[in-house]
Design a protein around this ligand. Structure first.
Ligand SMILES: [Mg+2]
Length: 210
């Protein structure tokens, strides 16, 4: 009883942090966002803006559009929810090996439209080289069957961030003769620094990658 009174008093005196939400409640809000249609509404708006840009472009032979994979081309929502909206590396690796991520339909349609306009498509992901084969298989299984290349992250590297890794790979693509006209990803780090063309930032309230 004394303890309850003390907690009540602490609440009244404002000792508990204000402005910080309870983690379980935040998880409920995030699940609701993804499951009640808000995610798709927001995603559609972004994809529509990508179409507006794409429709105004003419593809040259070297022009390429870059797509990130996780929460861009493919959704891992079911796995992420299953692990309580966390990240457990061993379970994440198992999930990738299962090749069960599902395509994000509006992104898939943008991918098809880009190719119909004559743009090359390149996938670049933070997944590493040891995850190349299941990632490739998962893309094919979800009908992403036509692309120039799939870039995965080397197991040994000196990159200090995802942004740095992706910028370096874009620089390599540029040196190979590609011109990147658009970069589609769910993280700002997917299309940072330079050489990314038009940036299409998709919503992601599940995690943040620097
Ligand atoms: Mg991603």
């Amino acid at each position: 009883m004394k303890k309850m009174a003390l907690i009540w008093t602490l609440c009244l005196t404002g000792i508990f942090s204000q402005g910080i939400e309870n983690l379980d409640m935040v998880k409920e809000k995030v699940a609701d966002y993804y499951e009640n249609g808000q995610y798709h509404t927001e995603l559609r708006k972004v994809i529509d803006s990508a179409y507006s840009i794409l429709n105004g472009l003419n593809a040259n032979e070297a022009d390429a559009i870059l797509f990130d994979i996780d929460e861009t081309a493919l959704s891992n929502y079911s796995h992420i929810k299953e692990v309580g909206f966390g990240y457990i590396p061993s379970l994440w690796n198992d999930w990738i090996k299962e090749e069960k991520a599902t395509r994000i339909e509006p992104v898939f349609n943008l991918y098809k439209a880009a190719q119909e306009k004559g743009f090359r498509v390149i996938f670049i992901t933070g997944r590493n080289d040891s995850q190349y084969t299941p990632t490739f298989n998962n893309l094919i299984a979800q009908n992403y069957t036509k692309f120039d290349t799939l870039i995965t992250k080397p197991l040994k590297h000196s990159y200090t961030s995802a942004a740095e890794y992706k910028a370096d790979k874009r620089s390599e693509l540029k040196n190979k003769g590609y011109r990147i006209v658009m970069c589609v990803g769910d993280q700002f780090s997917d299309c940072d620094f330079d050489n990314y063309g038009f940036r299409i930032k998709l919503p992601n309230y599940l995690y943040f990658v620097k």
